[in-house]
Design a protein around this ligand. Structure first.
Ligand code: CMP
Length: 406
């Protein structure tokens, strides 16, 4: 139906201004399209009946009020104009069918969010092609056709005029001569100007929508420059903030995933969260052989933390309320001012004060950008009671690192 509507949308206006009689293929295609339009009326009646009968509570019953306007469009489009009014502008009524195609595309883009960018572009081209074609037909309608040119050359020249005018290139080799043509040309220039603005706006939106980390990055940079205008932030801090945003963008981490998770029902949210964390969790040796139960109850509570080089995550002798797992990056363990160990991807730290309930035994400082997962004391205590085998492994590690005896 969509293909037929597109064909008819191109064929009818052209056939009104140029006699396409010498191309019988068009007449055949037009007849096929007309038959499809008639068949579509029956399909719509069938769909309406099924809708009314349906007892699906999630699908509100179709009301005649909603259905009738579109049914009228289908009926008008299905009228066999070719037989009753050959060559009359009434045929243009069939073009209403295109609105239905546009509406159909819009509905798909709402259901298939994945395809929405592709559909937005298709939608744009769909109307661009039609509008350029209709303008060309209009131009042919107000021009005296030159008998020296055959049909295809005549059409190509009209399309060429349209495109050069719409894009404001205007070579000026085909010029409006009569008043009507001049007014028409001004009208087309204005359409081109508006469409160009719309296109630029749309492309920018599409590009920035493309990837959530880029979108977040642009938003961050915007708020940073806003803050800089009203507050005096020192150059070094500015550089570090900018570095941090660049890191988030490069690693595609840190953008707020929670906004899409927040609205989900609990089970779906858990499943989505697990899926997001799964790749990181399998990189932590401690969790590699953990049960599904553990993963779904504990791993889900891990919170992503990103830190910048030089940042101190915990200080010796402070009270410890959380431990960390390293997804990427390196951190120095410093005791009494001396570096004693370099922690790397897959390691965990901060466990000693949780296990022994004592102050931090060392200071931990980031050497590079690090992606970490934080485990709060409350969750740690839950593991102690429910998953003793995991705690045993953590205790073993703490002992090997010289955890002070109880
Ligand atoms: P915690 O004492 O809670 O805080 C400092 C952390 O540094 C400590 O837990 C360990 O995770 C880590 N740490 C302390 N000493 C060593 C060591 N010798 N080797 C590796 N890591 C250590």
């Amino acid at each position: 139906m969509a293909v037929s509507a597109i064909f008819v949308g191109l064929y009818i206006p052209l056939n009104l201004v140029i006699d396409l009689g010498e191309y019988p293929i068009f007449v055949i295609l037009y007849s096929i399209a007309s038959v499809i339009f008639i068949a579509d009326v029956f399909v719509e009646i069938f769909r309406f009946k099924r809708h009314v009968r349906s007892n699906n509570p999630f699908e509100p019953k179709a009301t005649a009020g909603k259905f009738l306007p579109w049914f009228a469009v289908d009926m008008v489009a299905a009228l066999p104009f070719m037989i009753f009014f050959p060559g009359s502008p009434f045929q243009l009524l069939k073009l209403f069918k295109l609105i239905k195609v546009g509406r159909f595309m819009h509905q798909i883009s709402q259901q298939e969010v994945r395809l929405s960018q592709f559909l937005t572009i298709s939608f744009f081209f769909f109307w661009l092609v039609h509008i350029a074609h209709w303008i060309s037909c209009g131009w042919l309608g107000i021009s005296n056709l030159n008998a020296d040119f055959d049909i295809s050359t005549t059409y190509v020249r009209a399309l060429y005029w349209t495109v050069t005018t719409l894009t404001t290139v205007g070579y000026g080799d085909i010029l409006p001569q009569t008043n009507v043509q001049m007014i028409y040309a001004m009208f087309v220039q204005l359409i081109g100007f508006a469409a160009f603005g719309y296109l630029i706006g749309d492309v920018v939106t599409l590009l920035s929508k493309k990837d959530p980390s880029t979108r977040q990055y642009l938003r961050n940079i915007e708020s940073l420059s806003g803050a800089l205008q009203i507050r005096d932030i020192n150059k070094d801090l500015q550089k570090r903030i900018l570095n941090y945003y660049n890191y988030l963008r490069k690693e595609k981490v840190g953008y707020d995933e929670s906004y899409f998770l927040d609205g989900l029902p609990t089970t779906l949210k858990t499943e989505a969260e697990l899926e997001l964390k799964k790749n990181f969790i399998v990189g932590i040796p401690l969790f590699q052989n953990a049960s599904i139960d553990f993963i779904s109850r504990v791993a889900i509570k891990l919170e992503l933390v990103i830190i910048t080089p030089g940042e101190i995550l915990m200080r010796q002798d402070d009270t410890g309320n959380e431990m960390y797992f390293i997804i990427s990056g390196m951190l120095d363990v410093v005791r009494n001012g001396n570096p004693i160990f370099l922690l790397k991807e897959g390691d965990f730290f901060g466990e000693m004060s949780l296990v022994a309930n004592k102050p931090r035994t060392a200071t931990v400082k980031a050497r590079s950008f690090c992606n970490l997962y934080r485990l709060e004391r409350k969750t740690f205590e839950q593991i102690v009671s429910d998953f003793p085998e995991i705690i045993e492994q953590i205790k073993e590690k703490a002992k090997s690192r010289g955890m002070p005896p109880d």
